[in-house]
Ligand binder design. Sequence first.
Ligand code: SF4
Length: 198
Amino acid sequence: MFIRIRRFLPETKVEGPGNRACIWVQGCSIQCPDCAVPESWPTSGGEKVKVEELVQKILNIPNIEGITFSGGEPFDQAESLASLGHIVQEEGLSVVTFTGYTLENIQNSADPGWQDLLSVTDLLIDGPYISGGPDPTNLWVGSCNQRYHFLTSRYLHLKYGISDVSNRIEVRIQEDGSILVNGMTNFSKLEDIFKGIV
Ligand code: SF4
C-alpha cells in the first residue's frame, strides 16, 4: 500500500494541536478556485511512499503527539491514510485530517475507505477553500467556512476555547539559507513579518 505525498514534515506546531508530524498528500480532485497550492492537484506528481515506510519514520520521531493529513486531498487516498492512521493510533498518536469535502459529504459516502479514514480521525477540519485569503482569526484553517469536528474525545477539551486562539505560522531557515513558511497567512502579513526581522 502506497501514499503519494507532496511533503513530509517530522515536526510542526501549526498543523493541529501540539507537536505533530504532517503529511501533505499529492493529488486533489476538488480543485477549489483560488487554491493556494494548485501544484498539489496532479496525481502524477509528488513521491509514492510505502505506508510501512512512513509508519517507521513517524514512530521514530520523539516527542510528537500525532500526525496530520493535509493536502492535496487526503480523502482521495483514504484507504492508505486510514491504514497508516490505525497503526500510529495504536501507538498512542492522534490523527488530524484536513479535507476539502464536508463531514456530511463523507458521512453520506458509500466508500469504505472514506468511512475508515473518518473513523481513525480524532479531529476533522472540513470544507473547501473559499477565496478571500486565510482567516487569521481561525486556528489552522484556510478560510472561514471551514469547521472543526471533534470526532473523538481526544481533543474535546479544545472545542470551546479554540476560537480564542489566533492563527500562527512557523518560519524555518534552512542550512542553505532558504526559508520555509508553514501554516496559514497571507502574503502582506508575511511581508510585514520579514520587514521586522531583515
Ligand atoms: S481541497 Fe485543498 S488542495 Fe484541494 S483545491 Fe481545495 S484548497 Fe486546494
